[in-house]
Design a protein around this ligand. Structure first.
Ligand code: PA5
Length: 437
């Protein structure tokens, strides 16, 4: 497994002097990651997770996942932000956009608790009608309103369908390990639900390789051990201090270089629709980690070619404040040929004998050249293939790059104080006790 970083379409936008000036800052930021981890200063548990994850918990995850795969038709994952994005990104990356329809064994997997939209929940309940259900409610704090409401709805459904005792064997909880009053952990303990731990020193958006992501991913049938092995490989590779041998540090350096040059937006784009949720995961990881103290690169995401026909106009000619990071899959799973036709009525004869990936990679090159002409630097990150090891490797790459980049920006990449503001207003408007003013 590996990621290749190409600066073919971004190097024309910076000088050797500018690059050499920023390199020591990136090296210092990597040192800060190590120093803060050693001092227990920041929630950096993810930094060594590929080496020191809880093996007993992983074994339990695998046993429960196998059991869930046998006993239900529908598995509903309830969580928001870091408590669902990584799992969903992994499942779509590995199994594609139609994973539920194409699944040969194991349950269909759906996600809830990301909004308080009644229509969404009502539709999902219809999907579950007449089917056996298990749920996994995930919340590190155990107090987040959106998943709590969805949990209440699905708990009622499961208890009504199976009775309270059998329902207990269909409800899985992933949360903080400490029992605090009014939290999910307190409830799970009282009810006797099977529970998994979100380690205290790993923040939500850095938690995909804990039970938060691994239980749903294992239920999808994916090999979670291979995923952790991929992350471990990345951890070893990205310990390197020489920036030319450490593309994780280089990526962090380049994005800060562009930011200082007035490129305030980073477009994460992929030519593989299966990476759409990866884009969502990246937006949360980088947006929540960096957007604070009046600073930060604003992450956006797109799927090309689709969004070249919507956002493409802006990227090419709008305000010149953007750089792009393209996520490529070097080798697609299927070598899909362009079909032959008897007559060339559609004018595609020149593509006969070629495959879709050839067209897709040229769509990418053509776009990158156009965007370069339009003043948009493009960093290219190319992943070998869409398997578990590469997913784990990629997760570690982006988590470490995010921490390095956050320290370079001189923000705390692990807190999210701004997320509280909307909650306070919402609670006041809803009349939650203690939030009247
Ligand atoms: O990164 C984070 O910590 C957040 O985005 C959380 O994942 C998100 O707010 C959900 O929180 P919780 O898991 O406590 O319900």
């Amino acid at each position: 497994m590996s990621i290749q970083l190409s600066t073919e379409f971004s190097a024309p936008f910076y000088t050797k002097e500018k690059y050499e000036k920023i390199v020591p800052e990136a090296q210092k930021a990597l040192e800060t990651v190590r120093a803060h981890y050693a001092a227990g200063q920041d929630p950096l548990g993810w930094f060594t997770l590929p080496e020191d994850y809880d093996r007993e918990e992983l074994a339990r995850i695998k046993v429960c996942a196998a059991d869930i795969r046998k006993k239900c038709d529908v598995f509903v994952v309830i969580g928001i932000g870091g408590s669902y994005l990584g799992a969903r990104a992994a499942i779509e990356f590995l199994q594609g956009n139609f994973h539920n329809s194409l699944r040969k064994d194991g349950p269909e997997i759906y996600f809830a608790g990301t909004s308080v939209d009644g229509d969404y929940l009502a539709d999902l309940l219809k999907v579950c009608e007449g089917k056996d259900i298990c749920i996994n409610v995930i919340s590190k704090s155990g107090t987040t309103t959106e998943p709590a409401i969805a949990f209440r709805v699905f708990r009622d459904l499961i208890e009504a369908k199976y009775g309270k005792e059998e329902a207990k064997g269909r409800i899985y909880v992933t949360t903080d390990k400490n029992i605090k009053p009014g939290t999910l952990k307190e409830f799970a303990t009282a009810e006797g639900y099977e529970s998994f731990v979100v380690p205290g020193n790993i923040g939500g958006r850095y938690s995909v390789l804990t039970a938060v992501g691994l239980l749903p991913i294992a239920v999808s049938g994916a090999d979670v051990e291979a995923m952790l092995a991929g992350a471990l490989e990345a951890k070893k590779e990205f310990a390197e201090n020489d920036i030319e041998k450490n593309i994780c540090m280089k990526y962090a350096a380049l994005r800060n270089l562009f930011y200082r040059d007035g490129k305030k937006f980073e477009m994460y784009a992929s030519y593989s629709p299966a990476m759409e949720l990866m884009g969502e995961w990246l937006k949360q990881l980088y947006g929540e980690s960096e957007g604070k103290d009046g600073k930060g690169i604003f992450p956006v995401s797109a799927i090309y070619s689709r969004d070249l026909h919507s956002l493409g106009q802006y990227v090419q000619e709008g305000e010149r404040t953007m750089f792009e990071t393209i996520l490529q899959i070097a080798k697609p799973a299927v070598d899909f040929p362009i079909p032959k036709a008897d007559a060339d009525i559609d004018g595609l004869g020149y593509l006969e004998g070629k495959n879709m990936d050839f067209v897709n990679k040229n769509a990418f090159r053509g776009t990158a050249l156009a965007h370069q002409d339009g003043g948009v630097p493009t960093i290219v990150l190319s992943i070998d293939c869409a398997d578990e090891a590469n997913f784990g490797y990629m997760v570690y790459f982006f988590e470490l790059a995010c921490a390095i980049s956050g320290y370079m920006l001189e923000v705390d990449p692990f807190n999210q104080p701004g997320v509280e503001a909307y909650k306070k207003n919402m609670f006041r408007l809803l009349g939650k006790p203690g939030y009247t003013k």
